[in-house]
Ligand binder design. Structure first.
Ligand SMILES: [Zn+2]
Length: 229
């Protein structure tokens, strides 16, 4: 049993010990693959012990293309992005589409997702509902893709935040072609090998240190709370 799997079971037993059977059940449904994403109420009850790391600008790097409007992440996240870029295969580049997001922008994104999907349930799997601490508001999260040496984005099945084909957005969407699956795998391996977790609900979203990261990896507590620029 690898560390992540062990941590996941620890999380489950902790919830049972705390008498939180509803959380434990929903977590178990996710563990056995019955649910793709964990509900927000599980994620939001995860404790945060803020470690005080600063928000820093995404580092300049020959293999990083950053188009994020607010190009900031926490210090450790910035170092991890450099590690990802350092270890990419020769002809691939890491394109950062979004990083830090302030509360106002998060609310606007949420409203757009609700409008595009016409379903609160689906919207919740694609965006952090205002009122909690969304991953991008902490500086923990990045939305990313890969490009070739000419700057062309690899075919991931959908464009970033394109909600016209919702079924194709989850990481393991069955309707993806073999090439699209392979491209997602390339990105996933590059990111997870440097310490990020991948969000199963969106192929582009990765984070480290926030409440979602804890929920999916089973670590003890989050280290990044909300941060303002
Ligand atoms: Zn995201």
């Amino acid at each position: 049993m690898n560390k992540i799997t062990l941590n996941r079971f620890k999380f489950l037993f902790n919830q049972i010990l705390k008498g939180n059977f509803r959380n434990a059940l929903r977590y178990k449904l996710w563990l056995i693959g019955y649910q793709t994403t964990l509900p927000a109420f599980i994620i939001r009850q995860i404790p945060i012990i803020e470690n005080g790391e600063a928000l820093v600008e995404i580092p300049q790097h020959p293999k990083i293309i950053c188009i994020a409007p607010q190009p900031f992440v926490r210090e450790s996240v910035a170092k991890m992005l450099v590690k990802v870029a350092d270890n990419l295969p020769q002809n691939l580049y890491l394109k950062i589409l979004y990083a830090y997001r302030d509360q106002e922008t998060q609310k606007r994104f949420w409203d757009e997702v609700v409008r595009d999907t016409s379903s609160l349930q689906i919207a919740k799997s694609l965006s952090a509902k205002p009122g909690g601490i969304g991953p991008h508001q902490t500086g923990a999260a990045v939305d990313v893709t890969l490009t070739d040496s000419l700057g062309n984005e690899l075919d991931m099945g959908t464009h970033y935040r394109d909600h016209s084909n919702i079924a194709k957005i989850p990481m393991f969407a069955k309707t993806c072609t073999p090439i699209q699956k392979q491209n997602r795998k390339l990105l996933r391996q590059a990111m997870t090998r440097s310490g990020f977790y991948f969000y199963p609900g969106e192929w582009w979203h990765y984070s480290y240190g926030d409440q979602s990261w804890v929920a999916y990896t089973g670590d003890r507590n989050a280290v990044y709370g909300e941060k303002t620029l």
